[in-house]
Design a protein around this ligand. Structure first.
Ligand code: ADP
Ligand code: MG
Length: 259
């Protein structure tokens, strides 16, 4: 891995920086369904947060609000000190800082792996093509799939596709990475190869918010674990506090179902 790549990722980990992400009493409804209830949360630069909770508890909605794929109706969300509002320039600025990886990869099927990785840097960041390709090859190498650059997504395994999705997000040089159940669509033998690359990113100092039920991953890298249920943050603490010393019946029930 190149030094510049490492420095670029670690630069987000300065301790004097403002919180990377701040949610203050965020509320969101889908019609009459109240899906986020007074959610308050602060993520420091360089911090790794794991979010868990039952299906339908609002995990995806919360992280989609952080890059404004969804809009909240009450409360405040600040990313890198910039408040999320209807101001499109602020939104552009925030989207540049935040990379997102979905359960379903969301790669462009008609573009090669390399083209998937260079599309946004070339068209959004105006990076010269040769430079974008060189950066992309660097991240594909980091994701341990340099030999897949000229293939199409359909020619790759799920684990390889997800690592392309991570490389693609990194090519925009984000300060924050959001992961929404990145391994839930994968066969068991591919989960580890994706988690390994996420551990590597964590060790490089990337600020990460990961929705996942992979407890091993959470124990290995999470500074804090958040447990959500029915739109609320019910418990928050270190992995050992949350997993070994749950305080609520709701968390105890959840843990008994996943462990
Ligand atoms: P999780 O990711 O924890 O499974 P979600 O954030 O996806 O939960 O969903 C929270 C709640 O919001 C669920 O009841 C879900 O059905 C509902 N929901 C999610 N997206 C939409 C939408 N676009 N329109 C209406 N309801 C939605
Ligand atoms: Mg979800």
């Amino acid at each position: 891995m190149s030094m510049t790549m490492e420095k670029q990722i670690a630069s987000a980990a300065r301790t004097d920086a403002p919180p990377a992400i701040m949610l203050d009493k965020v509320n969101k409804w889908f019609g009459s369904l109240h899906v986020l209830r007074d959610v308050s949360l602060s993520v420091a630069a360089g911090e790794r947060l794991v979010v868990c909770g039952p299906s339908g508890s609002g995990k995806s909605t919360m992280i989609r609000c952080i890059n404004r794929l969804e809009t909240h109706q009450e409360g405040r969300i600040l990313v890198e000190g910039i408040e999320l509002t209807d101001d499109v320039r602020a939104l552009d600025a925030i989207r540049r800082e935040v990379g997102m990886v979905f359960q379903s990869f969301n790669l462009f099927p008609h573009l090669t792996v390399l083209e998937n990785c260079t599309l946004a840097p070339i068209w959004v960041r105006r990076t010269p093509k040769a430079e974008a390709e060189s950066v992309a090859r660097g991240y594909l190498e980091l994701m341990r799939i340099p030999e897949q650059a000229m293939k199409y997504p359909g020619q790759l395994s799920g684990g390889q596709q997800q690592r392309v999705a991570i490389a693609r997000a990194l090519c925009m040089k984000p300060k924050i990475m959001l992961f929404d159940e990145p391994t839930s669509a994968l066969d068991p033998e591919m989960i580890k190869e994706v988690l390994d690359t996420m551990v590597m990113l964590a060790e490089m100092g990337m600020t990460m918010v990961c929705v996942t039920h992979e407890m091993g991953f959470a124990r290995q890298v999470a500074d804090r674990v958040v447990f959500m249920d029915r739109g609320e943050i019910v418990e928050m603490g270190t992995p050992s506090q949350v997993f070994e010393n749950p305080q609520t019946e709701r968390l105890k029930t959840f843990l008994s179902q996943i462990l």
